[in-house]
Design a protein around this ligand. Structure first.
Ligand SMILES: [Mn+2]
Length: 270
């Protein structure tokens, strides 16, 4: 398609929490975004397809198909696509380590940026149980922490086998508005600690639908956000710098600039 010729090229593109297969997914906006950006490597950081929702009723409009086609087309054109399943597309965790038509499936990845820095890339649901009980788990030390990570993964696997819906940390935290900030920062702290434990310079994750970039916990913490509420993505430029893109704000800016450009030109003409 012609629009790709003018696409902005970045070294790496990180997307998470698209929730394709749900009415909440802002597929049209996402499609526009994917037409605008091209990348050498694309990381899908989990909750791309919402298997939990699809199970309780098929919802798959054309726009959702278009998003998938767009991504596959980028692979055909030479992009490397790494898919790190999350809790909503957990059914794909059965295929970890498999290469499906050029798509690499993995639990987590270590991304080496252009400047040599290493980032742990992981969805983040693996830490739900620890986030909820972090205080006493921290007291019990590293063994308990690892055990909790293990229990968390298998608890959700069992829930899935039993056909139960996924227990969602983010919606649970949102219901407890007063504590939501605490949960977010606890999540961030744990993910940062995990990156540190794996001797990485930072972590890139999703899951809690809260896009941000900071280094409050000693390493870089990058959250790609989502395409349900915030329409956000993270790109790595060729110099190794990272940028958080809030797509709706970019769109507003384009409209504003175009709106401003017209009177300036007519002023000159006058
Ligand atoms: Mn998730």
């Amino acid at each position: 398609m012609a629009q790709d010729v003018n696409a902005l090229r970045v070294r790496t593109l990180f997307l998470s929490d698209l929730h394709l297969g749900t009415k909440g997914c802002q597929a049209d906006a996402l499609l526009e975004f994917l037409k605008t950006y091209d990348a050498d490597t694309i990381y899908l950081v989990g909750d791309i397809v919402d298997g939990w929702k699809l199970k309780s009723g098929w919802y798959w409009p054309q726009a959702h198909n278009d998003v998938v086609q767009k991504l596959l087309r980028k692979v055909r054109k030479g992009a490397r696509l790494v898919y790190l399943p999350g809790n909503h597309d957990e059914f794909l965790r059965d295929y970890i380590g498999v290469n499906l038509g050029g798509i690499e499936l993995a639990d987590y990845a270590v991304h080496e940026a252009a400047d040599g820095k290493r980032y742990l890339v992981i969805h983040g649901d693996q830490f739900d149980l620890v986030v909820r009980h972090a205080r006493w788990l921290a007291l019990l030390g590293d063994g308990a922490y690892s055990a909790a990570l293990f229990v968390n993964t298998y608890l959700n696997m069992v829930r899935r086998r039993l056909g139960l819906t996924y227990w969602s940390l983010s919606s649970w935290a949102k219901l407890r508005v007063k504590n939501a900030v605490n949960f977010i920062s606890r999540f961030e702290e744990l993910l940062a600690a995990e990156a540190h434990r794996q001797q990485a310079d930072g972590v890139i994750c999703g899951h809690i639908h809260h896009a941000t970039m900071h280094d409050q916990f000693g390493v870089a913490y990058v959250n790609t956000g989502d395409w349900v509420e915030s329409c956000t993505a993270v790109v790595e430029h060729y110099d190794g710098s990272f940028q958080l893109i809030r797509w709706t704000e970019v769109q507003l800016e384009v409209t504003r600039v175009e709106g401003l450009a017209a009177p300036v030109i007519s002023e000159k003409a006058a």
